[in-house]
Design a protein. Structure first.
Length: 318
């Protein structure tokens, strides 16, 4: 086993890229961090169970468990967080594609006989492969969803991405928890915003994001509803909605174009009519103004009186 480089580190682990001479391919090694006395199998027990259940379907494949580390199949590509640090944000079309890819992976997890909740969805845990497909890595926070359980044993999640229920003692995490995290990740992709900046998030909710369609923002807002009952029911639903976004954008733009064309046509007709009937129009407008002006002057006089009365009352109250 030849270690090539460090890929990252967390609270209890260090992750390395290595080359396995026996398997003749690159692998990921997850070591127990220095100072943690338990063996790898104890520290990564939950992750090992999840990866065994998946068997490589919907995530990395568990290749072996040693005393100091676990060996996992390597997912080649570039970390989404690194991409965002370089680019700032992604084009809307690209962000929607990656969101659809992740929604598909989450759907595979959620639709199992015993659903698996990923719980820590964020750009740092997403790899954009050489085939331009987004994939999830690091199942350390994942857990099995059981209907008879009232709450998670341990609250896990990353501030800025985590759903309210992950920190608010609002019941166990569910598929809607992952949907919330997916919405926040999409928001970061299209805005480049620091999700810990609550004032900036409120501004986005009020004013939107320049260059991002209302249709895409509708997907974000539905995902990140505070109440999970108001979020999308499933990742399958999100996949369907994302497929419809380009068509909805085209229809909105076409409708806008048609409205502008209709207004322009009416304006052109009015101008044409006015030009050919100038004297008649002038005479009509002049007559109309003469008839209405006395009434307008009277209303202004009454308004002035009312304002003066209010000002006098305020002066007396002082």
């Amino acid at each position: 086993m030849k270690i090539i480089k460090e890929l990252g580190r967390g609270g209890t682990s260090k992750v390395y890229l290595a080359y396995d001479q026996k398997l003749q391919k690159h692998v990921t090694l997850k070591f127990v961090k220095d100072g943690v006395h338990e063996s790898a199998s104890e520290v990564f027990a939950s992750e090992i169970e999840i990866l065994k259940r998946l068997g490589g379907n919907g995530g990395p494949e568990l290749l072996g468990v040693e005393k100091e580390y676990i060996k996992i199949s390597y997912v080649s590509g570039e970390n989404l967080l690194s991409i965002l640090k370089k680019k700032g944000k992604l084009k809307e079309k690209e962000a929607l594609k990656y969101t659809a890819d992740i929604a598909q992976m989450l759907r595979i997890l959620h639709e199992r006989k015993e659903p698996i909740i990923y719980r820590d969805l964020k750009p740092a845990n997403i790899i954009i492969g050489d085939d331009s497909r987004a994939r999830l890595i690091d199942y350390g926070a994942a857990r099995i969803y059981r209907e008879d359980v009232e709450a998670d044993t341990v609250n896990l999640g990353t501030v800025g991405y985590a759903a309210p229920e992950q920190f608010g003692s609002l019941g166990q995490s569910s598929p809607q928890t992952d949907i919330y995290c997916l919405g926040m990740t999409l928001l970061q992709m299209v805005s480049g915003t620091n999700l810990k900046n609550s004032s900036r998030l409120n501004e986005i909710k009020k004013k939107g994001i320049r260059g991002v369609s209302p249709e895409t923002l509708d997907v974000v807002y539905r995902c990140i509803k505070p109440s999970r009952m108001e979020r999308y029911k499933s990742c399958r639903e999100i996949e369907k909605v994302i497929k419809k976004v380009p068509g909805r954008i085209r229809r909105r733009k076409l409708l806008r174009y048609m409205k502008i064309s209709a207004v322009s046509a009416v304006a052109a007709l009015v101008i044409s009519f006015s030009a050919s009937h100038y004297h008649q129009v002038k005479e009509y407008v002049t007559c109309d103004v003469q008839q209405r002006m006395p009434a307008v002057k009277m209303r202004l006089f009454y308004a002035k009186q009312k304002i003066n009365e209010v000002l006098e009352t305020m002066e007396e109250e002082r």
